[in-house]
Design a protein around this ligand. Structure first.
Ligand code: UD1
Length: 411
């Protein structure tokens, strides 16, 4: 791609990757046909489809953004290494399999390669519901005769642990309370899906969720919420390239802190009748950013802030509070002429008027997309290698950017 701007026009925001993967896993909990709408065409959905298929479900795209999942009575309660290693979110099948079969054998997760990403909170929470764990040969085996409701206080509001506990608790005997639960919009979407299936859940999307176990769940038809990270990616592209765009289908109320921060940086972002409208005039201003669990600024936005700050006026400090080792793309940005110093979980970014196009390598989904965003603010040509990472989480990313005027061509 080449330096671009101003951007102009409309971009459609797809369904949320981090929601749809969990909803697909949750579909295992009811026999029959569940229908998911607003399902993005991304590789991670294909990996989750392969995983469900390997367990005996029948997963099909019946229309463009519609996925149909048929679940029969006999499921193979196992998530094999070949699939789990490709996508850490595969661990989301643990709760549903326990709820359904009282047994699960799941390969220990791999996925994005940023720092250690343990599952100790998933395990401790499920143990409190009566599950016994045994690990051997790279797999964990989980077993319980009867899931039993309990109060679980999470050490940290982990998204994945909250989701697995929720899904198990829905079929437990009695009441479960998850305190210090994650509050991400994707958790609220999962709760809405489960409630539609027949679950009894109060407080989804807040830090205290109460679940009363039920005996039976039915398949449902559900529309996935829009992807706030994809929306944030296009906002970052606008910050770098300038212009005025509409994000069709995006929800401003899922991006409060992001919108406030972009406002501090000189952008205008507001809800519109069909999504979110945004404008960026002139050079953006630097600001300090700290990632936090929702409603704080998502860790997934971090590489986009680093890319924006690389061309902003002034100096900004980005602090990562969730994952270690998520600054690997910084070396690639430095190769593009960015002035960035990292120290522990901080990055100090001194803005330059322009970057300099270079060949760079995408290390993961979001950092890969952030390198594309940075390329919009670079003189000359930038080539992002290993761009297959981007396709794990973005539908037609390059084409969508090109449609609003960016000089990007898919490889
Ligand atoms: C999800 C998202 C990911 C996002 C993250 C935080 C999906 C598919 N992925 O990941 O894009 O960046 O939320 O918003 O939805 N931790 C433990 N022990 C555990 C669980 C987590 O120590 O048992 C730690 C993790 O290593 C990490 C932090 O807690 O440092 C947050 O992890 P968590 O919220 O669980 O993220 P994921 O669900 O893996």
């Amino acid at each position: 791609m080449r330096g671009s701007g101003p951007l102009e026009g409309s971009v459609r925001v797809e369904g949320a990757k981090n929601s749809v993967l969990k909803l697909m896993a949750a579909s295992l909990m009811a026999d029959g046909r569940s229908v998911l709408r607003n399902v993005p065409h991304i590789v991670d959905v294909e990996i989750m489809s392969d995983l469900l298929t390997s367990m005996g479900a029948n997963v099909r795209r019946t229309e463009d953004h519609v996925l149909t999942i048929d679940v029969g009575p006999d499921l193979i309660a196992e998530a094999p290494y070949e699939l789990v290693e490709q996508m850490r979110a595969s661990i989301a099948v643990l709760g549903p399999l326990l709820a359904r079969a009282g047994f699960a054998r799941v390969a220990l997760p791999g996925g994005d390669n940023f720092g250690p990403r343990p599952i100790d909170m998933h395990i401790a929470g499920l143990e409190a519901l009566g599950v016994e764990f045994h690990s051997a040969h790279g797999y964990i085996e989980a077993r319980c005769d009867q899931l039993t409701g309990n109060r679980v206080v999470l050490e940290f509001p982990s998204v994945g642990a909250t989701e697995n506990l929720l899904m198990a608790a829905v079929r437990a005997k009695g009441t479960t309370v998850i305190d210090n639960a994650a509050r991400e919009p994707e958790i609220a979407d999962l709760c809405a899906f489960l409630v539609r299936m027949g679950a009894r859940i109060v407080g989804g999307g807040t830090s205290s969720i109460e679940i009363e176990g039920v005996d039976e769940l039915s398949p449902v038809d559900h529309t996935v919420i829009p992807d706030r990270i994809e929306a944030g990616t296009f906002l970052a592209a606008l910050g770098v390239a300038g212009g005025e765009i509409t994000l069709e289908g995006a929800r401003a109320d899922h991006m409060d802190m992001l919108i406030r921060k972009l406002g501090d940086m000189g952008m205008r972002v507001s809800p519109s009748s069909d999504g979110v409208w945004a404008q960026s005039k002139g050079r953006i201003r630097a600001a300090d950013v700290s990632t936090l669990p929702y409603p704080g600024i998502a860790t997934d936005y971090k590489p986009f802030f680093v890319a924006m700050l690389a061309v902003a006026e002034g100096v900004g400090i980005v602090t990562e509070n969730l994952f270690s080792g998520r600054f690997r793309y910084v070396d690639e940005l430095v190769r593009m002429g960015a002035d960035i110093r990292t120290e522990g979980h901080h990055a100090v970014v001194r803005g330059r008027p322009r970057l300099s196009g270079a060949p760079v390598r995408a290390p993961d989904i979001r950092a890969g997309a952030a390198l594309v965003v940075a390329g919009l603010g670079a003189d000359g040509e930038t080539t992002v290698m290993d761009a297959h990472h981007i396709a794990r989480g973005y539908e037609h990313f390059a084409d969508k950017l090109a449609a609003v005027g960016a000089h990007v061509t898919p490889s």
